[in-house]
Design a binder for this molecule. Structure first.
Ligand code: GLN
Length: 571
């Protein structure tokens, strides 16, 4: 029955890059779900890299990881945060992967010696990738975002493929949404529509007529301007939607809804009867809490590398916002380049300013000493600490160096010849066959120790599943030595091989947790991740405590924990 058929929305971008196409696509997904539709999302990236995981975070922002271990574009993070879609490798294709797959087939002789061409072989492969997702999950709507900008040479095969798909599906079953720019020219004091006109024309030249225009603009679009855009771009007037800058990205769906975007989409896709009304109450409440939290603000320091490029920690930033909402707080995030703590004599005073400290994931040696400094400070001053992946590894190194006095303790990533390899490549010793590549990627089960803070945070769940992306692991040979000094190994893989979580006993520190996985990938605005929620709560408790002890704050923070008193003997 045609009623159960998946409908398609193709999202393209024009004029310039960085218009927030990914957010626009995610917001459409969010709106359709708010009407009860089941949504699936995918991204087609024109670049040639086969694997986005190998791309520099400086150039490309965060590498987002799915449950099945795909290293994907950061837009997939938005998709999972804004919708309930569960994404896999099948939801992100690059030109490189498409070509690789066609070339592999050609090598196998699948094409029986035919001439392999962009049309039809590459375009067929792209269409197949899209249809596989539609068939696997049978969503009501599949939203397909095309990376890059219309007019890019490398995106042409994708454009041709979605043109063909729309044609095959027929009217009422597929929709083209074009995200474009309406710049404000200060000298003329006017918004200009010409770039949008050109971009829509360029799209038309490749056979695609935009149905809906999402116009990024600094200023509101007047009625006249909408009319003009509609006329020149051959769309309905109500299909010219303004995408103004908003305070928080979570406001985008609401702004689109107010202009009738979801009404228009369900009408065009003939889904009006099936999904008649949007319920956005939770979402409205979320946005109002983000804008005006009732409990004030906590200041958190993120001590890491790449801090100059916030995009490389996109999911982390969002997870902290979600946790803020859950606590009715604003999380004021301060990025500290870890190296800068090294030549700063007053680094303690600098760190004392924060209610909590977080060391995020990262690769390579640079900045490690600065992180260790920050961790030592957090441990001794009882400032809440949360270490993620590299942040757990450096916390173990700090503990080994400063509590066990193993001065040269290190990770073999930073010093291959260390006499105390606290962190190393476990897989060089244990033959973990299913690992395939060199990284431990995607979802892994983890058992939580009874009575631990971690277990309490996860609502007493004995076993959890979290996503990984790293090469190195805690070296189990050192487990007993660190345990004897009080470190708690609160999360371990079910086979006992991998240490996944560590913590300090609550008797000696209010919140000191490290995890080998990346919880930020699974945090959602309406379902904040428990580890982040508890961390932000600990920051708030620390803030309130310091406020109460204002006169005494320096001495309070400087209390040194007698290292030997840390044993807990709880095992
Ligand atoms: N560099 C470390 C490793 O490969 C940590 C990686 C990370 O933080 N994602 O194990």
């Amino acid at each position: 029955m045609s009623e159960n058929k998946t409908k398609y929305i193709f999202v393209t971008g024009g004029v310039v890059s960085s218009l927030g196409k990914g957010l626009a696509a995610s917001s459409i997904g969010c709106l359709l779900e708010s009407r009860g539709a089941r949504v699936q999302m995918m991204k087609l990236d024109p670049y040639i890299n086969v694997d986005p995981g190998t791309m520099s975070p400086f150039q490309h922002g965060e590498c987002y990881v799915t449950d099945d271990g795909a290293e994907t574009d950061l837009d997939l993070g938005h998709y999972e945060r804004f919708t309930n879609a569960v994404l896999t490798k099948a939801n992100n294709w690059t030109s490189g992967r498409i070509y690789l797959s066609v070339i592999e087939k050609e090598r196998r002789g699948d094409y029986l010696g035919k001439t392999i061409q962009v049309i039809p072989h590459i375009t067929d492969e792209i269409k197949k990738a899209v249809r596989v997702v539609a068939e696997k999950d049978s969503p009501d709507v599949l939203i397909v975002e095309i990376g890059g900008t219309v007019g890019d040479i490398e995106s042409l095969p994708f454009m041709e493929a979605i043109r063909q798909l729309g044609n095959e599906e027929g009217r009422g079953n597929a929709l083209y949404v074009h995200v474009t720019l309406v710049p404000y020219i200060a000298a003329a004091g006017e918004l200009k529509t010409k770039p949008t006109q050109h971009s829509v024309r360029e799209l038309r030249e490749i056979g695609i007529s935009a149905d809906i225009l999402l116009c990024r603009s600094e200023k509101p679009l007047s009625k006249d301007l909408r009319r003009k855009i509609a006329l020149f771009c051959n769309v309905q007037e109500n299909a010219v939607i303004a995408a103004l800058d908003v305070k928080t990205i979570y406001e985008v769906p609401l702004a689109f809804h107010e202009q009738g975007l979801d009404d228009l989409i369900v009408k065009e896709l003939q889904l009006e009867e099936k999904f008649p009304i949007a319920d956005l109450n939770d979402w409205r409440e979320l946005v109002s809490t983000i804008k005006q939290p009732s409990e004030g603000e906590v200041k958190i320091a993120i001590v890491g590398k790449y801090v100059e490029l916030e995009d490389s920690y996109k999911s982390l930033r969002e997870a902290l916002t979600h946790a803020g909402v859950a606590n009715n707080l604003r999380v004021n995030v301060n990025w500290i380049e870890s190296e800068s703590l090294l030549d700063d004599e007053n680094y303690q005073t600098r760190l004392q300013d924060f209610d909590a400290i977080l060391v995020p994931g990262g690769f390579g040696k640079r900045g490690i000493l600065g992180m260790i400094r920050a961790i030592e400070f957090a441990r001794k001053s009882k400032t809440p600490y949360f270490g993620i992946c590299l942040g757990m590894q450096t916390a173990c190194i700090e503990f080994a160096r400063n509590v066990l006095n193993l001065r040269d303790a290190d990770s073999t990533e930073f010093n291959p010849d260390t006499p105390f390899p606290i962190i190393f490549k476990l897989r060089d010793l244990v033959n973990v066959e299913e690992l395939g590549g060199t990284m431990r990627l995607g979802a892994w089960q983890c058992r939580l120790k009874e009575g631990s803070l971690a277990r309490e945070i996860y609502h007493n769940s004995p076993e959890i599943s979290e996503r990984h992306r790293h090469r190195y692991e805690f070296n189990p040979e050192f487990r007993t030595a660190l345990e004897n000094e009080g470190l708690i190994f609160s999360g371990v893989s079910p086979d006992g091989k991998f240490i996944e979580m560590i913590e300090l006993p609550r008797a000696v520190h209010p919140f000191f947790i490290g995890c080998q996985f990346h919880p930020e990938y699974k945090s959602k605005p309406l379902d904040a991740h428990p580890l982040f929620v508890s961390f932000v709560q600990a920051a708030q408790e620390n803030r309130l405590k310091s406020e109460n002890l204002k006169d005494d704050v320096t001495s309070d923070k400087k209390i040194e924990i007698p290292e030997r008193s840390m044993s807990v003997g709880d095992e």
